[in-house]
Design a protein around this ligand. Structure first.
Ligand code: FAD
Ligand code: SF4
Length: 486
């Protein structure tokens, strides 16, 4: 039997969705992947061998999505059943299907991959199911929910805040979400570029969530437009999901010179420009047309910056990273996309100093070559500088994408919420813990607890915290009647 299965899998290999033509990709900010059709979903979904009651992909997915179960429903064309099931475990499946690093999560642990047969295209099937359900006019049916009269304030409308609000709302607890941005989504809207995630997706979600009873107060910064004390007084519990917004520095000479930018303000201003939103003086729109751009860093943010620069028609775009390609933190899929679009990669190089032109603006970076050292205790290999290997890398624009650390939250100080040495909030999860901080009324999750991480882990934290808040408020878990036997 297994030989027959293997032969069938070889006859129907893994297929990724097709991509838009290169001319369109390099010229516009629209999503690059075409959707799967029902036919492709059935064909690719049939490759799932349902390897157990709780399969490896399900355990590797931070949301523990019921993947084989909704793949089966999706391939049979039972879209409405599939979408209902996926929404019991995820608040934003159409987003995760697009932006999760599946090669490192669900698809990375697929049994077929471990047998060199190419993993099931889980992310694209997840995206197809939700997009198709929305096209059919589907909306979650929450008519079974009984209001409890309790209300919770959520600070931050990124994936952590949304995950928490969704689960609370499904359990009759009023979720009131505050965000300083003019649209929900956090990094989904103002970090991740629209060629990976179209901006209409979060706007659609805002309409749906609002219809379901979640209240959003946008353009409202806690600590500035509204006091945290007020929230502590007026709400039954609080969930903090404010992300991490301090850009890491390289501590290079001349790092503040003209022509050097941090990745996030560069990306945010670009997205606001596309969305027709007003710019902020401290976050001006930068167009790099006809410039030689060097992006420093090797993660997903760096890939977003190089690919944004390509779409601005920069004369040359180089990604410079201090490790080798094997040890890049970014998703392999995004590195491949960047390379296809014309980005050049310089591996094993480390910046030493920003070089200045006579007018004081940046004109290049003094670099040094590196080689990979032995793995440390965590298994990560660190770069070692090669003596006498300095060289000048010319650049008109330098974008730093070294990651993020937490930003100050002075309004928390008097409430006894402990932070760790990196400035992130201590709010343990797992093993019977539910993202509760050292103040029992305050919960926290997502990047503000983990440090800069992933959309799916932020969503998982938000949902976990909501369970903790429901317990803290001594309310019962409410289950949709049609799912009680699921
Ligand atoms: P955020 O998404 O940062 O949301 C926090 C929200 O809180 C923001 O909307 C902010 O405005 C709001 N806020 C902050 N302070 C206040 C305040 N005082 N009052 C009111 N509101 C406040 N992850 C992936 O999985 N895949 C990717 O492809 C990917 N690409 C990325 C690309 C970029 C450029 C960046 C920067 C990150 C990327 N990530 C990616 C990481 C991912 O976006 C984050 O890990 C995730 O969004 C964290 O979710 P969060 O809800 O914790 O915080
Ligand atoms: Fe995979 Fe992410 Fe979807 Fe989980 S949420 S099944 S990890 S794509």
């Amino acid at each position: 039997k297994s030989t027959a299965v293997i032969n069938a899998l070889k006859e129907t290999p893994r297929q990724d969705p097709t991509k838009k033509e290169m001319a369109i990709r390099k010229d516009t900010f629209s999503e690059i992947y075409n959707s799967f059709s029902q036919c492709q979903t059935s064909e690719q979904g049939n490759r799932c061998v349902t390897c157990g009651n709780h399969s490896f992909c399900e355990w590797t997915c931070p949301l523990h999505n019921r993947i084989p179960q909704w793949i089966k429903l999706g391939r049979e064309g039972k879209i409405l059943e599939a979408v209902e099931l996926s929404h019991q475990y995820s608040s934003l499946p159409e987003v995760c299907g697009r932006v999760c690093p599946q090669d490192k999560l669900c698809e990375g642990s697929c049994t077929l991959k471990r047998h060199n047969l190419g993993s099931v295209t889980i992310g694209n099937i997840e995206r197809f199911i939700t997009d198709t359900a929305f096209d059919m006019g589907w909306k979650p049916d929450l008519s079974y929910v009984k209001p409890t009269g309790k209300k919770v304030a959520i600070i931050g409308a990124g994936p952590a805040g949304i995950g928490c609000a969704d689960v609370l709302n499904r359990n009759g607890i009023k979720a009131v979400v505050f965000d300083r941005h003019p649209e929900i989504g956090g990094m989904l809207t103002f970090g991740i570029p629209s060629f990976k995630l179209d901006k209409s997706i979060m706007t659609h979600r805002r309409h749906l969530f609002t219809e379901q009873g979640i209240e959003f107060h946008l353009n409202t910064e806690v600590g500035h437009d509204l006091s945290f004390d007020h929230l502590m007084k007026d709400y039954d519990a609080i969930f903090i999901a404010v992300g991490t917004y301090t850009s890491m520095r390289a501590n290079l000479d001349n790092e503040e010179a003209e022509g050097i930018y941090d990745a996030l303000p560069f990306l945010t201003a670009n997205t606001k420009h596309i969305m027709g939103l007003p710019q902020r003086p401290e976050e001006p729109y930068i167009n790099v047309k006809d410039k030689q751009v060097v992006v420093l860093g090797g993660g997903d943010t760096a890939m977003d910056c190089v690919r944004t620069s390509i779409r601005h028609h920069a004369s040359k775009v180089i990604c410079a990273y201090r490790r080798d390609e094997e040890n890049m933190p970014g998703s392999k899929k995004e590195v491949k996309n960047a390379r296809e679009e014309g980005v050049e990669f310089l591996f094993n190089v480390q910046p030493l100093k920003i070089e200045l032109a006579p007018n004081g603006s940046a004109c290049g970076i003094k670099m040094m070559r590196t080689e990979m050292g032995a793995p440390d205790a965590s298994g990560r290999r660190h770069p070692i500088q090669i003596p006498d290997s300095e060289f000048l890398l010319e650049a008109d624009i330098i974008i730093k994408a070294f990651g993020f650390s937490s930003h100050p939250m002075p309004w928390l100080a008097k409430y006894g919420v402990k932070l760790n040495s990196r400035g992130t909030i201590i709010a343990p999860r797992g093993n019977g813990q539910y993202c509760q901080t050292t103040n029992s009324k305050i919960f926290a999750g997502g990047d503000v607890v983990r440090g800069a991480d992933l959309v799916v882990t932020a969503l998982a934290d938000g949902r976990r915290a909501a369970e903790g808040i429901i317990k803290y408020l001594k309310e019962p878990i409410q289950t949709a009647p049609h799912l009680t036997n699921e």
